[in-house]
Write a protein that binds this ligand. Structure first.
Ligand code: PAF
Length: 278
């Protein structure tokens, strides 16, 4: 596995890679990332993984400085799944003196996470576009766990004619239902136990739809009941939205994106499910 830090080194490594797949990450890798890398390995001629904690997607009061990092462990995991190249640039390499361009994605970046985290998706869209330009993969892999990020990236790739196929991998969950996330490491044991309420709320919504309930307000109330029965929970939003436009819907049509953001103590968790109504 080749490790590169500069854009020039990455471009030189790219020249020798057959049909690369690309998995961009912020490190502190877990099974969710590894499942994307294994899939890329199976579907592409080679795999590039980036590790870059992108400062422009964090708000001023967010967790950039304490975002979990463990480069040695990440590199061991990447060797285990036989990634071909790992690109680990510095912030100065990606955002040199004078850097000024950013991408404004428009309406799909505005609701949900976009409303709670102003500027977040501009930061994501800008760094992902830069990484795609640097790595020039044939396919790029993202996790459904960050559902709105997936929608935003599909929009950017289509609108800016970036020649890459976007592939979305399923959310990977612990056996108790908690979606894997690097931020789960912030949870205390007790918070970790209570955090299963997010996946329980999604499972309830799915069961209700399967049982014939299609009113979004009724689904949201049932999910809110589950979440608010847990001590120390504060719900940022519960959403039942169109999975492409991300506007809220009143009733479940062919498919909806059910998503939520919840503060469990000081830790903010997101989760979602795509639920088919017919
Ligand atoms: O999902 C992430 O880890 C990040 O948002 C990404 C796509 C690597 C961009 O920094």
């Amino acid at each position: 596995m080749k490790q590169v830090k500069t854009i020039q080194e990455m471009r030189a490594a790219r020249r020798g890679l057959p049909a690369p797949g690309f998995v961009p990450t912020m490190g502190f890798l877990h099974e969710g990332h590894l499942s994307l890398i294994r899939r890329a390995k199976a579907e592409c001629g080679s795999v590039v993984v980036s590790i870059f904690v992108n400062p422009t997607q964090f708000g001023v009061n967010e967790d950039l400085s304490r975002y979990p990092r463990d480069a040695a462990h990440d590199l061991a995991l990447l060797a285990g799944v036989e990634a071909d190249v790992v690109f680990m640039p510095t912030a100065e390499e990606i955002y040199p003196q004078g850097f000024a361009t950013s991408i404004d994605v428009g309406p799909v970046a505005e609701p949900l996470e976009g409303a709670m985290r102003p500027g977040h998706f501009s930061g994501v869209a800008t760094v992902v576009t830069k990484l795609l330009n640097i790595v020039q993969p044939e396919r790029a892999y993202f996790g459904q766990k960050d559902a709105q990020q997936c929608v935003v990236i599909r929009r950017v790739v289509a609108d800016l004619n970036i020649p890459v196929e976007v592939v979305i991998g399923d959310t990977v969950r612990n056996p108790d239902g908690l979606a894997l996330s690097s931020r789960n490491s912030y949870l205390t044991d007790e918070e970790r136990r209570r955090a299963t309420a997010l996946s329980r709320a999604l499972a309830t919504a799915r069961q209700m739809v399967e049982g014939g309930e299609h009113r979004a307000s009724v689904l949201k109330d049932a999910m809110r009941d589950i979440l608010s029965s847990e001590e120390g929970f504060s719900v940022d939003y519960i959403s039942v939205a169109d999975p492409v436009a991300l506007n809220e819907v009143e009733s479940v049509g062919v498919e909806v994106l059910v998503s939520m953001a919840v503060r469990v103590g000081t830790v903010r968790l997101i989760d979602n499910a795509l639920i088919r109504g017919s």
